[in-house]
Ligand binder design. Structure first.
Ligand code: FES
Length: 143
């Protein structure tokens, strides 16, 4: 009796591994597509003014992610606001969190400086597009 599996069995195992790999790749693509679509097919930056709520929600010296609006607002100094698209410039996923001033893309790990939009870690190469933002009666309006 042979010590290793028969050629037919090896072929079957290899086929199963290939299928598992394909399913894994499909899942990865699907996950990225879902994330892309979770922002809808809307543009990366708003085409009309978007109300974001109280300006006080954005900490001075920090930033806040408005994931459902695909926006990040940072506040470098009291009363001063900057906004950026929260849609990753790599493949369009929406950033999922801000950690120590860095916006994180959950799809492939890009990181962006939330006070400038600059790429801190790829695979993204382009910065997050800036979006005009202003405080009106204590509320932020972007776009
Ligand atoms: S979509 Fe690929 S890193 Fe963000």
């Amino acid at each position: 009796m042979p010590a290793s599996p028969s050629p037919a069995r090896r072929t079957v195992l290899r086929g199963a591994a290939a299928l598992a790999g394909a399913a894994g790749a499909g899942a990865a693509l699907t996950a990225c597509s879902i994330a892309t679509n979770s922002g809808g097919n809307t543009p990366a930056t708003p085409t009309a003014p978007v109300e974001l709520g109280a300006a006080a929600d954005v900490p001075v010296g920090g930033a806040k992610l408005y994931r459902e609006r695909k926006l990040i607002v940072s506040c470098p100094a009291e009363g001063e606001y900057k906004a950026f698209s929260a849609q990753c410039t790599h493949a369009g996923c929406v950033l999922d969190k801000i950690v120590e001033g860095e916006g994180n893309c959950p799809c492939h790990g890009s990181r962006f400086d939330v006070s400038t939009g600059k790429v801190l870690r790829g695979p993204a190469t382009d910065p997050l597009p800036a979006v005009p933002v202003r405080a009106e009666n204590g509320n932020l309006v972007a776009g």
